[in-house]
Write a protein that binds this ligand. Structure first.
Ligand SMILES: Nc1nc2c(c(=O)[nH]1)N[C@@H](CN(C=O)c1ccc(C(=O)N[C@@H](CCC(=O)O)C(=O)O)cc1)CN2
Length: 279
């Protein structure tokens, strides 16, 4: 049985749902889930519709006809096809291991094709999960070559999602543009607080009572990308930085995995520099 996800964004107006569902009926489809949102800020309409019993192309053709003139951005995706995913990592293994375990357990609709890292530390973990692993020391001199290798892998392996699972190198503006809206980073703080490489030390110095994690799309503005998912946990004065790191790692892993799931299920839509999330 075909199962597809229709996502559409267009300037808001009356009759959009009527037009889309008319196309779905024309293609012989049955709606199994429907969510919509009209943004008062952007004036845009957003919808995600899960459809059974109609082919991907038939849906795309039928809805394109019934929404002609709407100025719509339409996608139809096979809901049963796992997203081809590349993980970028450094030394920290908690978020990588969590993704690999959930993937191997069938808990994430992705296919982890490769791990690329700027350290060799995670090679045994990749071998355990039988995932191809590439590592290269990244310096100012070698950064360009490594980024070219990332681009080559994305193109040659038909990668649909790049996950920065505590990858501690800043991507160039050119690579950010190439990966726009298809690269997710996990930042180890509750953004917009404590940007940069050492948020737990910043949190300890500030004496906060909550710490957290933020999954966001990667942009050339460090830690400023559109937010997909966030979580927080309570902390207190008795906790030194190592304890904050341990408590934070659990939040990072959970937050990143949820953001990857939402993206892979086509539940994340772009609304300017923000996101619309259909959970
Ligand atoms: N273009 C972007 N690249 C990356 C982002 C991003 O938002 N945009 N997020 C980072 C992850 N990150 C925080 O979440 C982060 C990583 C690294 C640094 C940093 O200052 N790195 C130093 C080197 C540190 C080292 O070698 O250990 C640097 O690159 O000079 C800040 C924030 C991933 N990339």
């Amino acid at each position: 049985m075909d199962l597809n996800v229709v996502t559409l964004t267009c300037p808001d107006r009356p009759g959009i749902v009527h037009a889309i569902t008319g196309g779905i009926v024309a293609a012989g489809g049955n709606i199994t889930e429907l969510q919509q949102f009209s943004s008062p800020d952007s004036g845009l309409f957003f919808t995600r519709i899960q459809v059974s019993g109609a082919g991907e192309q038939e849906l795309r053709n039928a809805i394109s006809v019934t929404t002609t003139g709407f100025g719509a951005r339409l996608r139809v995706d096979d809901a049963t096809r796992p997203l081809r995913t590349l993980i970028l990592a450094s030394k920290a293994g908690h978020a990588v291991n969590d993704l690999l375990f959930r993937w191997q357990s069938g808990d994430l609709p992705v296919d982890i094709v490769r791990i690329m890292a700027n350290h060799q530390v995670l090679a045994p973990m990749a071998e355990f999960y039988e995932v191809p692993f590439t590592s290269r020391v990244v310096t100012k001199e070698t950064k360009g070559e490594f980024e070219d290798e990332i681009r080559r892998v994305v193109e040659e392996e038909s990668i649909e999602l790049v996950v920065l699972a505590r990858y501690m190198q800043i991507l160039s503006p050119e690579l950010c543009e190439f990966l726009a809206w298809r690269a997710i980073n996990i930042h180890h703080s509750f953004l917009p607080g404590f940007k940069g490489a050492n948020p737990y030390r910043q949190a300890h110095t500030r004496g906060v009572k909550l710490i957290g994690a933020t999954a966001h799309f990667v942009t050339s503005d460090l830690d400023e990308g559109p937010i997909i998912e966030q979580n927080v946990v309570r902390v207190d004065h008795t906790m030194e930085v190592p304890k904050l790191v341990r408590k934070g790692q659990a939040q990072e892993s959970q937050t990143l995995a949820e953001a990857v799931r939402l993206f892979a299920e086509h539940r994340v839509l772009a609304d300017g520099d923000r996101t619309v999330i259909f959970r």
